[in-house]
Each structure stands twice: as C-alpha cells, then as structure tokens.
Design a protein. Structure first.
Length: 115
C-alpha cells in the first residue's frame, strides 16, 4: 500500500504546472512521419502541434463549413477546403510556423518543428 501511495504522489507531481503557467499538450508526429490537424467547430486542433523536421502535416476538415489553412508568412495556402477534404504539407525546416483560416481569420494555430 505504501508503494502504491508513493507512486500515485509521484504521478501527480509529474503533471504539476507552475502557478500562472499554461500547459499545452504536446502532440508529436507519429512514427510514420505524418501528423494530423483536425478542423472543426471553427478551430484547428491540436495547437500547438509539435513535430520533427520532415513530417507531413495533414489538415482534415471535419466541420460543416469551408476553411483554409493559410501560412501567416505566405509559405503555404490550401485554398478552400470543403467539408470532408484534406490538405498536406511537408515541413522540411525547423522553426515555428503560425497559420490561420483566411475565411475565418479568428481561427489561428501554430506548428513547432524541431530539427
């Protein structure tokens, strides 16, 4: 019993976040070099998406409205993605890439690419 309580306390401490800090769930790329971003309910998820260089990101429009995935710096633009459609892009350089939906500019997200 003592060992179980110690394990539970260690697990709780592992998930502790400093006061005032915001925890973001890191979403690494899968082992096959692909990562998915779902577009639904007028948001991109997950954000931020954390991947490694060379990963292909696949945006899937699961919502009822048309959206885009448009780089804030002009690096890519999917054009209109009707419900049920996809867009793919390979990220070959490390860095932080922010993007939005050009139809609904309040929809924003970020991809963090590590070397």
């Amino acid at each position: 019993m003592k060992r179980l309580v110690g394990f539970a306390m260690a697990a709780c401490l592992a998930f502790a976040v400093a006061p005032g800090a915001v925890a973001h769930a890191a979403t690494p790329a899968s082992t096959n070099g692909k990562a998915k971003v779902k577009i639904s309910d007028f948001k991109f998820a997950p954000t931020p998406l954390q991947i490694t260089k060379g990963t292909v990101v696949i945006w899937v429009n699961n919502g009822p409205s048309t959206h885009t995935t448009t780089s804030d710096t002009g690096k890519w633009d999917s054009g209109p993605l009707a419900p049920g459609t996809k867009f793919k892009k390979r990220f070959g350089k490390a860095g932080t890439f922010t993007y939005h939906c050009s139809i609904h500019p309040f929809m924003t997200a970020e991809i963090d690419v590590s070397g």
